[in-house]
Design a protein around this ligand. Sequence first.
Ligand SMILES: Nc1ncnc2c1ncn2[C@@H]1O[C@H](COP(=O)(O)OP(=O)(O)O)[C@@H](O)[C@H]1O
Ligand SMILES: [Mg+2]
Length: 401
Amino acid sequence: MAKLRVGILFGGRSGEHEVSLLSAASVLNAIDKTKYEVVPIGITKDGRWLTAEHAERLLRGEKQASVLPTPEKHLRAGDPEATPGAAVLATGESVVVPPEPTRREAGIAPFQTDAATLRRASDRAINVDIIFPVLHGTFGEDGTIQGLLELADIAYVGAGVLGSSAGMDKDIMKSLFRAAGLPMVKHVTVLRNQFEYAPKKVQKLVESRLKYPVFVKPANLGSSVGISKAHDGKELGPAIVEAAKFDRKIVIEEGVGGKKNKAREIECAVLGNDDPKASVAGEIVPCKEFYDYDAKYLVEGSEAVIPAKLTKAEMKTVQRLAIAAFQAVDCTGLARVDFLMEPKSRRIFVNEINTMPGFTAISMYPKMWAASGVSYPELIDRLIRLGIERHEDKKRNQYSR
Ligand SMILES: Nc1ncnc2c1ncn2[C@@H]1O[C@H](COP(=O)(O)OP(=O)(O)O)[C@@H](O)[C@H]1O
Ligand SMILES: [Mg+2]
C-alpha cells in the first residue's frame, strides 16, 4: 500500500508562531514514518509558505527564510530546472494551496508572487492526502486555514471552519456554551468603539453586572496575550485599553476565586468526530497570580498534575462537560477544554476550548492522553484517521439536488 502523504503545516502569522514550531518539531519526530510520508510546510511570520528544505530550517531554529540570502531548491523529486515552474523554485518562491479542488495528484503548488505575475506551477505540485495544521491561534485555529483547505478539497486534521472560529471567539463560544447549559462565570462583552466613545458608561455597565476582580480579554487570541486581571475600578480602564489593542471585541468576566483565592485550572483532552471521548483531566498550577503568557512560556515553575486531584464524581463531571463543550461548538478531531474551579466551593466552570492546543510531546493535550492509554504516535495516527474520516463523510453531501 502506498504511504499516506501528510503535509505538516506550521509556523504562521500568529503570536504563537514559535509554539507552533515546537509542536511541529515534535510531530515530525514522532509520526510513524513507516506509514506516512511527511511533507513539512512552513509558514513564515509574514505569511509566506515554504517547501520542505526551508521548512526544515525553520524547525531547526535557523533564520526565517524571508531573511535567508539565497533560498535553496524545493524538496520534490525531479529536476526543477527542466520544468516551467523551475524558476520559481530555484529562487525559493513560495508554495501555495490553490483555493480550488485540484486534480488529486496535486494539492500544494509552487507559486510566483511578484507583482507582474501571479502564476502557479501546477505541473510540479506536491500531492498530499491530508494536511495537519499544527498552527495555533490567529490564522491557524480560527477557521481561516480550514476555509482554504475546504475550498481546495484537501482533508485536514482537527476542527472545521465553524468549530474553529466558534471556538476561537470567546464571546461566540460563551453564547454556544450557554445555549448548551454549560456552567460559566458571569461576563460582559463590550466593543472597542463603545469603550472609546463612552468609557464611563462601559465601566458602569461592568460594575453593575460583575464583582472585582475581573479578567479582561480580547475575544480572539490565545496564550493569555492581552489578558489582564483588574483588581478594582482603577485597573479596569487600562485593562480594557490593553485588550483593545488585539481585538474589537473585549470579554470581561468575573474572576473565579474572588479577591482571596486563585482559581484551580483543570484541563481535559477530547478526541473524536461524531462520538468524541474525553481523557483523564489534568491540572495546571501556575507559578504566577494567574496563568499569563510568562507563566505559560517564559518562567519555569508552573506545574502539571495528571490526573488532576479531583473526586471521582468531579472527574466525571469534567469529562462530561468537556465532551459537551466540544459538541457545543461543533468541533471535530481534537480539542482541549479548560476549566476553572472555585477552590472553596469546588464549583466548576467551563473557561474555554482550544481546537489546536499545544501539541509537543510534553504538552498537556498529549500528556493527558498518554495518562489515558493513548501514546503520542498513536494520537497522531488517530488524528490523521479522524481527518480522513471527516473528509470522506463530507463527500457524502450533495450540494444541489
Ligand atoms: N474568570 C477567570 N477567573 C480566574 N482566572 C481566569 C479567568 N479567566 C482567565 N483566567 C486566567 O487567565 C488565563 C488565560 O485566560 P484564558 O481565557 O484561558 O485565555 P487564553 O485563550 O489566552 O488561554 C487562565 O488560564 C487563568 O489563569
Ligand atoms: Mg487558556
